[in-house]
Write a protein that binds this ligand. Structure first.
Ligand code: NDP
Length: 625
């Protein structure tokens, strides 16, 4: 591989022009409006292919202590941490047929987590599980989600294949009324929303997309009944088939090598190439990862967080991978990163390091891809972290196969047209038997912040109506005035990290502490407007301005398809490590400030049997559904 070198000022000027050119040929005036959701006539793209018809059941009209909306890692961790606090009835409501969230839905071939398993998988210390691979396959991650749910007894009260349709505060009983699409209308003293950010698949609004007569699906709803095989390959159903895949983001990069092995011919429709760094996945032992003492996993993920967030010194890089080695270039990706205030000298040095890294990644393409024209098209021409970095040691070599064609669509702002028989690009038609959309998700389109799940608080006020004038109002991102006992998880006004399960776990600890404190004080959890104001001021004061950086990036969901960074996604400006410290201190010293006296006496929560919490998980394969 070419040794990366620091570019000269002239080289940097050329590079900037090239980056601008690549951005301009992709940016579209319709921005995010170019996409369409997978509902209405496209509903079949979002149907659940993994759990047949949902089991019939009667609607529920009972009362639980905590209702959790969403059964991905956020919801599971909230449930587990509630159990550790002794909370009795925790009901997780989940659209999928089981726990797992993202890992329930995304079972496409090649699916792996590209954050190291030993820091990504939560509660390894508590479950005693040690992942077998440095980067775990999706199925191992999904099974771990189920393992936590079993250990903390979250199955008996869970509602699967069920979507919450509204949350309404009932002043008379001081509980939330939770309504679902299965006719449930039950009460919960507390509600935790953990709806995730990448849960609504999206499709490109390509003219004619509805006319395609071949087989078609979205990567987050993989149709193994058609392709055959499993996430590790063996898709015999694709023998003799002409397959097209649209999209070359983190999903496309993982799926393409396996599709290439099984399709008669694979057409990869690319609009913007990803940066694809070294993966070097390998089997690991407990010894390799220092899993010889209690707390080893906590220490490892803290070490990773310190390094990728650029906060505080870490003597040792325990994970030592593509994320940690490029940590200095993640500043613009994480709005909360930066200790030194930036400035021209910092930005100049940053740009040089950025250019050297991107040169290294472009050289990687040249080395791996034999056809120079294809290699040229696969080179990423933008600054590091303009698009989400990806990692693979198999992606580029897939393009050396005779049965794989790269079809670049940048000049036409994506695919021009889809017909009954295939895909049209540059006037050429590519006839296909199967068309797969690896086109990602509507970020932030689920849950309470999109309005998809209406939340009516005190006096019937809708959360989004209350926020309409001044923008989101929270204390620490979790709670809002007028919405007692509603605890929101997610990235709004909270910490930000590439290892999001770590952030979610800290949120779950916090949510469960709020509930435990409210139970102990016989109180409601509700911040004052003054507390919200104070938190808004903290968020506004220190927020680093990365707008200019994203304005120069190629379009994508990081910069609202090139039209600017979403302004309601503000995170705590001093970094995730500092945020977690702040929460801990606040819990120790100030949590009483959000406790409001209850007006209504109510039933005592059923305390949980601590023996149950310590037991080993039961056989996973035979687990409850
Ligand atoms: P992305 O949104 O990242 O990528 C969508 C792809 O579809 C892009 O390549 C996009 O091109 C392309 N596309 C969209 N419209 C068109 C069109 N009209 N014509 C041609 N191409 C089009 O989705 P992913 O599913 O890849 O990833 C989403 C997120 O999921 C990731 O960013 C990551 O956060 C997460 N993820 C995490 C993984 C992990 O291991 N932790 C693995 C996989 C995903 P363009 O770039 O030009 O818009």
């Amino acid at each position: 591989m070419t040794t990366p070198h620091a570019p000269t000022p002239d080289e940097l000027a050329v590079l900037r022009r090239r980056y601008r050119h690549e951005r301009e040929r992709r940016v579209r005036p319709d921005g995010a409006g170019q996409y369409r959701p997978t509902d209405a006539e496209f509903g079949y793209y979002a149907a659940d292919p993994y759990t047949g018809q949902p089991v019939a059941r009667d609607p529920l009209h009972d009362t639980v202590d905590v209702a959790v909306v969403g059964g991905g890692f956020g919801g599971i961790l909230a449930g587990a941490r509630m159990r550790q606090q002794g909370v009795g009835r925790v009901r997780i409501v989940e659209k999928g047929g089981d726990f797992g969230g993202t890992w329930y839905w995304n079972r496409y071939p090649g699916v792996h987590c590209d954050i190291e398993s030993h820091v990504y998988l939560p509660m390894l210390d508590e479950t005693g599980y040690v992942p077998e691979w440095k980067y775990a396959p999706g199925e191992e991650i999904r099974r771990h989600a189920m393992r936590i749910a079993r250990k903390y007894d979250l199955y008996p009260d869970a509602l699967f294949s069920t979507a919450v349709t509204s949350l309404t505060w009932d002043e008379a009983s001081e509980t939330w009324m939770v309504a679902t699409d299965r006719g449930d209308a039950f009460h919960a003293t507390y509600v935790v929303t953990a709806t995730g950010t990448l849960s609504e698949p999206k499709l490109p609004g390509i003219p004619g997309i509805e006319t395609f007569q071949g087989h078609t699906f979205h990567t987050s709803r993989w149709d193994y009944a058609y392709t055959g095989g499993a996430p590790d390959g063996g898709m015999t159903g694709l023998a003799g088939k002409r397959v097209g895949v649209v999209g070359t983001g983190a999903t496309g990069v993982q799926a393409v090598p396996l599709l290439a092995e099984d399709a008669q011919h694979l057409y990869v429709f690319q609009r913007t190439p990803s940066s694809v760094d070294v993966r070097a996945n390998c089997r690991t032992t407990a010894e390799d990862v220092g899993a010889d003492h209690d707390g080893w996993a906590r220490e490892r993920r803290e070490n990773f967080l310190h390094i990728v967030s650029g906060e505080g010194a870490a003597d040792q890089d325990l994970v030592a991978d593509g994320w940690t080695s490029s940590a200095d270039l993640l500043e613009k990706l994480l709005p909360s990163f930066r200790r030194d205030g930036g400035g021209p000298a910092f930005e100049a040095a940053y740009e040089v390091a950025d250019a050297a890294k991107m040169d290294e990644l472009r050289a990687r393409v040249e080395q791996a891809v034999t056809d120079p024209d294809t290699a040229e098209k696969l080179k990423p021409w933008y600054r590091y972290a303009c698009k989400r970095p990806t990692f693979s040691d198999r992606y580029y070599s897939a393009f050396n196969r005779d049965n794989v064609s790269l079809v670049d669509t940048a000049d036409t702002h994506g695919i021009e047209r889809i017909t009954e028989r295939g895909v049209v690009v540059g006037g050429d038609t590519y006839e296909l038997d199967c068309l797969i959309f690896a086109t990602g998700f509507s970020v932030g389109a689920s849950g309470v912040h999109s309005g998809k799940l209406p939340v009516h608080g005190r006096g019937g006020t809708q959360l989004l109506h209350r926020w309409a004038r001044q923008g989101p109002r929270t204390l620490h991102g979790f709670t809002s005035n007028g919405f007692p006992n509603l605890i929101q998880m997610g990235s709004l006004h909270n910490a930000s990290s590439v290892n999001f399960t770590h952030v979610l776990d800290e949120q779950a600890v916090h949510a469960s502490a709020l509930v435990a404190a409210a139970e102990a004080a016989f109180a409601l959890v509700e911040p004052s407007c003054d507390a919200e104001d104070a938190w808004s001021a903290v968020l506004a004061e220190g927020a680093p301005d990365h707008e200019w950086f994203h304005a120069e990036c190629t379009p994508g969901y990081y910069n609202r398809e090139g039209l600017g960074r979403p302004n309601n996604a503000s995170a705590y400006p001093h970094g995730a490590v500092a945020f977690h410290e702040l929460l801990k201190q606040w819990r120790e010293e100030s949590m009483g400030e959000v406790m409001r006296a209850k007006a209504v006496p109510r039933h005592q929560p059923r305390s949980v049997d601590v023996e149950v919490l310590g037991r080993e998980p039961v056989n996973e394969a035979a687990g409850p559904r």
